[in-house]
Design a protein around this ligand. Structure first.
Ligand code: HEC
Length: 197
């Protein structure tokens, strides 16, 4: 049996033998050991930086995380929205002005600049939004749903606007529509309303 005395040219063998097999007992080179230790330390640093602080995350992953936070926040806000809050917004000149701009850019083609759904005597595809008869809801919260998600029957041609405008502009444009109405005015459901049972 060879001794354990280190000798660069001779492999060092362990004392014990299993079934006549002996193991080498050699120290790994320092450069190898240090590289290994560095990878261990680096693992901890990288794990904390990436997963805990989001450092160095791919843009896409970082955006996904941020968007999920925003969506969660909006969901909480939307759960708290009610008719009174929407009527209050319709009295806020800033919100109404922003809504008017969105309306001009997005809604007039079908609902007409004056919301009558008529232009120069011709009937436009949309429904009048300045009258007291509603097909898809007689409360602001119901109208909010229609503007966000579109008409239940897509073939009728009212598209969902939330994906394109985002919830803020949808709320603003509804505030603008409500500004042409009075809180507490009698809204009636149209004869062909799906809400009429
Ligand atoms: C491509 C045409 C088109 C555009 C653009 C459009 N709408 Fe409509 N909208 C319609 C149609 C058609 C209906 C009726 C759907 C039905 O009969 O089910 C409707 C219905 C509505 C209703 C429900 C009316 C009711 O009586 O219940 C609201 C509110 C409304 N639209 C708001 C908007 C707003 C706000 C915009 C702009 C962001 C907009 N619409 C853009 C076609 C359009």
């Amino acid at each position: 049996m060879k001794s354990n005395a280190p000798n660069d040219s001779e492999p060092v063998l362990r004392d014990h033998a299993y079934d006549g097999i002996q193991e080498y007992d050699q120290k790994l080179p320092n450069w190898w050991l240090f590289t290994w230790y560095i990878t261990m330390v680096w693992f901890v640093i990288a794990w904390v930086a990436y997963y805990q602080f989001g450092m160095g995350m791919a843009d896409e992953a970082a955006i996904d995380t941020a968007m999920a936070k925003i969506a969660e926040h909006q969901k909480r806000e939307l759960e708290q929205i009610n008719d009174d809050k929407l009527w209050d917004m319709s009295k806020d000149p800033k919100i109404v002005a922003a809504g008017a701009a969105t309306y001009s850019a997005t809604c007039i083609a079908c609902h007409a600049p004056d919301m009558s759904a008529k232009l120069a005597g011709a009937k436009l595809p949309g429904l009048a939004l300045n009258d007291k008869e509603w097909k898809h809801g007689n409360s602001p919260v119901q109208l909010l749903t229609i503007i966000r998600k579109g008409a239940p029957d897509v073939t009728k041609g009212m598209p969902p606007w939330e994906p394109q405008l985002g919830i803020n502009r949808v709320v603003e444009v509804l505030a603008f529509i409500l500004s042409k109405h009075e809180k507490g005015e009698a809204f009636t459901l149209a004869p062909d309303s799906p809400l009429k049972k």
